[in-house]
Design a protein around this ligand. Structure first.
Ligand code: NAP
Length: 248
């Protein structure tokens, strides 16, 4: 029996990067997978096809996680199609880096809305169905930057630190209902998000990473499988750093 057989997962931002790796790992472990994207329709459809070929039910939804209304409709649509949601991964996220003196209100608002408000939007609408289902696992993809901060990323670090406080609070609210909520704090992972960094910045990070390499999406996905499955059945309210030792 596969670790996630009989379970349905919803992953926000699954068209590429870490989200696509999580969707893949869930499908490989037998879960049905619904995932979202905003603009990469072609990539999203390719991921959905790939997951279906693994023999699970998989579907891509165009849905902006920062929109309360779209998130509410998304949960309704997924429940209609899949019947239940056992696992929610709040993965959708963006950066709009700038030093505080230069950061615009738009850069601040966009990052907080996409990374933090989205986590509220999806969690808010998935909790009732999870309660009805007598269990669930919510995984919020935060960042090590939310733990120790980063110059030039005050908006991003604040959103990711917010996700940690949110996760711990939800764990305390619904633990008695057998719903777990944890955060994962990835270090520097090879995706389009980190491709934007210049070589000098990357070198600087590598110096401080004990494992001397960037991480891979699959390595975040492995931690998600642990927290989503019964392997993590007694783990809630925690922040799991997956960062090659950077946060040590
Ligand atoms: P990425 O390669 O840029 O992919 C971002 C994904 O999120 C895409 O699927 C994108 O969809 C989706 N997305 C963006 N805005 C959205 C919205 N409003 N609603 C729904 N989906 C949205 O990013 P990544 O590197 O995989 O990062 C994934 C998560 O891990 C983020 O929360 C990020 O902050 C976190 N993280 C990443 C790193 C890293 O080193 N890469 C480190 C720590 C934490 P489209 O394709 O349609 O744009």
């Amino acid at each position: 029996m596969k670790l996630l057989e009989g379970k349905t997962a919803l992953v926000t931002g699954g068209s590429r990067g870490i989200g696509a790796a999580i969707a893949r790992a869930f499908a490989e472990n037998g879960a049905s997978v619904a995932f979202t994207y905003v603009s990469s329709a072609e990539k999203a459809n390719a991921v959905a096809d790939e997951l279906s070929q693994l023999g699970v039910n998989a579907k891509a939804y165009q849905s902006d996680a920062s929109s309360y209304e779209q998130s509410e409709n998304l949960i309704k649509d997924v429940l209609e199609e899949f019947g239940q949601i056992d696992i929610l991964v709040n993965n959708a996220g963006i950066t709009r880096d700038n030093l505080m003196l230069r950061m615009s209100e738009e850069q601040w608002d966009k990052v907080i809305q996409t990374n933090l408000k989205s986590t509220f939007n999806l969690t808010k609408h998935v909790l009732r169905p999870m309660m009805k289902n007598r269990g669930g696992s919510i995984i919020n993809i935060s960042s090590v930057v939310g733990v120790f901060g980063n110059a030039g990323q005050a908006n991003y670090a604040a959103s990711k630190a917010g996700m940690i406080g949110f996760s711990k609070s939800i764990a305390k609210e619904v633990g008695s209902r057998n719903i777990r909520c944890n955060a994962i704090a990835p270090g520097f992972i090879e995706t389009e998000m980190t491709e934007e960094l210049d070589d000098k910045t990357k070198e600087g990070y590598l110096t401080n990473i004990p494992m001397k390499r960037l991480g891979k999406g699959e390595e975040i996905a492995g931690a998600c499988v642990f927290l989503a499955s019964d392997l993590g059945a007694y783990v809630t309210g925690q922040v799991l750093s997956v960062c090659g030792g950077l946060n040590t």
